[in-house]
Each structure stands twice: as C-alpha cells, then as structure tokens.
Design a protein around this ligand. Structure first.
Ligand code: ADP
Ligand code: MG
Length: 554
C-alpha cells in the first residue's frame, strides 16, 4: 500500500494530517472510475442534441433567464458543472469552439465514448497507460487517414462555402432559413477575406460585426456593406440622412478638457467672465471649423462632444455620432477607408472615409445609425432579425458556427462529407491498421475505432433509426470502399453524403484530436486530491438541476 495524504496512522498509532482538515483523496481504480463516470455523464447530456434531428435544450439560469440552444459549447457553458473531470470535458468543447467553431457536441460525445471503452479495457486489467499509448497512436493514425480521404477544393469557391455554412446551421433552430443565412455569411466573409500569395485566404472574423435586434423575421436578416452603430445622431438639428458621405473619425473629445487639479479662476468684473466663455467657445469653434474645412459631412467621435460644438456642427449640417465604441471605430476605419485621427489639428481631406449613405433609422424602439454602401469595405455587418430575443440569440450562436466553418474552409480548403461518414471510414481503416499493432495496445486501437462509430450511431439514434441495423449497414458499405456513406438524418437512410452534407476537414481534425487529448488526460489520473472548500457556494435556487453532477463527491 502506498503512502496516503489524507489522515494516515503511523506505526505508533498517531494520526498524521498532511492536507487541511476536510480535504479528500480518491485513489486508483476508484478515482479513475469516478472521473470516467463524470465525463460520460457530460457526454450523455449533449448526446441528444447532435445532428439535424437533435433536440434543443432549454436552460434556466439562477436568475430564471431562459436560453434555448442546441449548441454543445453553450449548453455546457450555461450549466454549472463542478466535477473536475467533467470540467475537463467542458474545456474541450470550449477549445473546439475557439479553434474551429463547430463540432463541439461531437468532440464531447467522442471523448465520452473513448472513456467508456477505456473503462471496459481497465476492467479487463489493461493498464491505463497502455490504453493512453494505444489511443495516442490511434489518434495520430486517424488524422493521417482523415488527411488521405479529405477532398481538396478550390480556395474561395462560393458555392462550396455556402454548402459548408449551410451544414453547420442545418442542425440548429434556424435550419429552415439556413440557405439564406449561409449566403449572407459567405458574402460577408468573402468581402473581408484577404487573399494570400499562394491563393488561400486569411480572415479576421472580427471584421464581420454581428448585430441583432428582435422584431421582423429571420429572413429579414441582412448584410450591410458597412457598419451599424447602436447610437443616435447627437443633435436634433442635424441631418438624419447624408448621401455620398465623407466621414471623419476622431477618437479624442470635442470638449475643452478640464484640468486634473482644482484650479481657481478669479473673475473680478463681468467683462472678464464674458471673455473667458468666449475663449472657450472660440477653441471649440476652431475644432469644428477644421472639420468643416476638410469637407466632412459626417463625424463619428469616440469621446464626448460639448453642447456648443454640437450646435456648431448642426449648423454646418454635419451628421454627428458621439461616444462610439473603440471596436466600432476600428471597424469603421476598415469599412470606410477613413483614418482614425486623435489630434483634430492633424485632420486632412485624405483622412476622410467614404460611404454611399449614412442614415439614422428606427429599429423597433431604438435609433441606430447605418453607415452603408462602402466601397470594397474590409469590415461589414450582419444584422440578425427574428421573432423574439431567444431566437435572435440562438441565431447569433448559429451564425458564429457558420462564420467559423467558412473561415476554416477559406483558410484550409479541404472538406469531408458529414453524417458520420468520415468517422465510419476512419474506424474501418483503423481496424485494418490495428493488425500492425502488437500487444495490448492493439485492443486500445480497436476501441478507438469503436468509439468513432458512436458519431454515426448517435446521429442515427437521434433520427429515430435503429442503430444496430445502421451499424451493420454502414460497416458493410465502408468495407466495400464506399467512403462517404453515412447517415442521412433527413431521409432516415444510409447513403452517400458527399452530395448532400459537407463539412470542413479542419473541424473533424479538431474533434478527433481534442477528444483524444482530453480522454488521455483523464485516463492518466489515478489520484484526486480535493482541498476542503473554504465556503461552499450555495446551489442556485431551484434552478440548474445539474448541480448533482459534482457536489464534492470525488
Ligand atoms: P456539433 O456541435 O458537433 O457540430 P451538431 O448538432 O451541429 O453538433 O451536429 C453535427 C453533426 O451532424 C455532424 O456530424 C454532421 O455531419 C451531421 N449532420 C449535419 N447535417 C446532417 C444531415 N442532414 N444528415 C446527417 N447528418 C448531418
Ligand atoms: Mg455543428
């Protein structure tokens, strides 16, 4: 028996504490079992939401706010998971979301499946380290196979990009309008993508600004070749619409700065008072005159604007917005071609940006300023509309997936079919490969193959198909070299998915490596030391419901 860190009894019968009182330790098989169990539970939780026939989840937070979603990463982010191993699984969904944007549910399900199968081997006395070695080997090989089967496409192929974006939204609440939304997303992404010398593209997704406003319907969602500011025109005397706009972007205040320290100004007669005020207005007038002199008819200022300056700008007919967000200023510069100016004295004609139209519009209750019709803008906006807040929220999340998969394929133009076809194909190739692996590691490679098949199985189950029949059929097809046969969840048949559902190879790559990494990390743990909670956070009142997942019992 090895040493233990929680109360141990010495030979003389004395108890020795190394950790704080209340700390707990779980070791060996028990620790592994607990961890695997927790990770499997997380996978179980998102399982039913995989694929186009997956169900949505309604999440209620401690304040009673409701979120409806089918996005794996969002589901796991919203619920309060406490178990450390379960948390690691949640981490992989986050990592996948950041890396490739899609495939979050798949990564969690695959990790769960890998651990479940590892447990079977552990119970047959295969050492976890052997399993880890086998899994690592299988994962590396799986990525090789993926690369072999993936189809290279023409960089920037619009039709293909639309199909990819559509697939990512077909599994969501917005699936009915996925085609329309996909073309909007791809249009926006191509507009901001920068082609590299080798023909591939680079995209900074920050240049696609996504705004949302409940009202209207999802089909009213549109792309604006420019930027929308959630602000109104600052003065009622200003024009609300300017065509052929010449836009000045200023990121310093149009105010007379007050001194940092308290200054005392002694005024002894009324004429001095007048002079003092006149001095202030003449400085403000100087600033406004400068803006007029370069020919600007629209001004967006990141800081405040003094009342006097406002009325002077209004008199000059300059449509002005104040206190714009810094991030919006950068995007505006990219969209209109303007240069951000800090010192108004430096402002010149060449710093001005251009837009066909700048207009204040009323969207539901709010007034927003639209800056649109920019020439070859390098930043654009997608405005999401939809029946209600929860719908536009979920649409925004789905659009994020679509934006990310479009980016994936623009940057790495390589695709695979969906519906579990690549997973089934890789599983079949791994089984053949396993003959070259000797010893118990071979068992782990075979289990890795089995785990991959959980993706098509789950898609089938969620589509109401019989998963045993499907497994047999899909294995037979892949045995015959039909590598793109997968689950058509819409027709409920096993068929060639290439003409139907396509996905970025990059997403599958990330799903496999993230799941393998997380499961190996969990398998390597054989000792869980939990320090005592100093003040246990109270569970959310009546909500959550998932809190039972952890609760300290590890
Ligand atoms: P994830 O978070 O993993 O992306 P999704 O719920 O979006 O989860 O489901 C993705 C899975 O659904 C992928 O394996 C994809 O190939 C599959 N899929 C998408 N559309 C279809 C379809 N029409 N038929 C079958 N499978 C589909
Ligand atoms: Mg998806």
């Amino acid at each position: 028996m090895s040493a233990t860190l929680t109360p141990a009894t010495t030979s003389s019968g004395q108890q020795v504490f190394i950790l704080k009182e209340g700390a707990s330790e779980t070791k060996g098989r028990d620790a592994q079992k607990n961890n695997i169990w927790a990770a499997k539970l997380v996978a179980e939780l998102v399982r039913s939401s995989l694929g186009p026939r997956g169900m949505d989840k309604m999440l209620v937070d401690s304040l009673g706010d409701v979120t409806i979603t089918n996005d794996g990463a969002t589901i796991l982010k919203e619920i309060d998971i406490q178990h450390p191993a379960a948390k690691m699984i949640v981490e992989i969904s986050k990592a996948t979301d950041n890396e490739v944007g899609d495939g979050t549910t798949s990564a969690v399900i695959l990790a769960g499946a890998l651990l479940e199968r590892a447990e079977e081997l552990i119970s047959k006395d295969v050492h976890p380290i052997i399993i880890v070695d086998g899994y690592n080997r299988a994962a590396a090989k799986a990525l090789e196979f993926l690369d072999e089967i993936a189809v290279k496409v023409k960089p920037g192929d619009k039709e293909m990009l639309i199909r990819i974006a559509e697939t990512s939204m077909q599994t969501k609440l917005v699936s009915d309008v996925s085609k329309e939304l996909a073309s909007i997303v791809v249009g926006a992404m191509l507009q901001v993508a920068e082609q590299q010398e080798d023909g591939s593209y680079k995209v900074d997704i920050d240049n696609v600004k996504v705004e949302k406003k409940p009202g209207g319907s999802l089909t009213d969602t549109m792309m604006i070749k420019g930027i929308i500011l959630d602000k109104e025109v600052v003065h009622s005397g200003m024009p609300k619409r300017v065509e052929e706009a010449k836009i000045a972007l200023i990121n310093s205040p149009l105010e007379i700065e007050k001194t940092e320290f308290t200054a005392e100004i002694r005024i002894t007669d009324p004429s001095q008072m007048k002079k003092y005020l006149e001095e202030e207005s003449s400085m403000l007038k100087g600033m406004v005159d400068k803006i007029i002199s370069v020919g600007a008819n629209v001004l967006v200022c990141q800081k405040g604007i003094d009342d006097i300056a406002q009325s002077l700008l209004a008199k000059a007919g300059i449509l002005t917005v104040r206190r714009a967000k810094e991030s919006d200023m950068t995007k505006l510069a990219k969209a209109t071609g303007a240069r951000l100016v800090t010192n108004i004295d430096d402002l010149s004609k060449s710093d001005l940006g251009f837009a066909k139209l700048v207009e204040e519009r009323k969207i539901e209750q709010d007034k927003w300023v639209f800056i649109e019709g920019c020439k070859n803008p390098k930043a654009v906006t997608i405005l999401i509309r939809g029946g209600q807040q929860r719908i536009v929220d979920e649409a925004e999340r789905s659009l994020h997936d679509a934006i990310m998969v479009t980016k994936d394929v623009l940057e790495k133009p390589s695709i695979v079919a969906g519906g579990g076809a690549p997973e089934a194909e890789i599983a079949s190739r791994l089984r053949t490969y396993s003959n070259q692996v000797s010893g118990r590691e071979q068992l782990a490679v075979l289990k890795f193959a089995d785990a991959l098949e959980v993706i098509p199985m789950t898609l089938a189950e969620n589509a109401g198909m019989d998963h045993i029949d499907v497994l047999v059929e899909i294995r037979a097809k892949h045995g015959q070299g039909k590598k793109w046969f997968g689950i058509n969840a819409i027709t409920g048949k096993v068929s060639d998915m290439m003409d139907f559902v396509v996905e970025p190879a990059a997403v599958k790559e990330e799903v496999i490596s993230a799941a393998a990494e997380a499961s190996c990390m969990i398998l390597r743990v054989n000792d869980v030391l939990a320090s005592a909670r100093s003040s246990a956070p109270s569970p959310p009142p009546g909500g959550g419901g998932m809190g039972g997942m952890g609760g300290g019992e590890y």
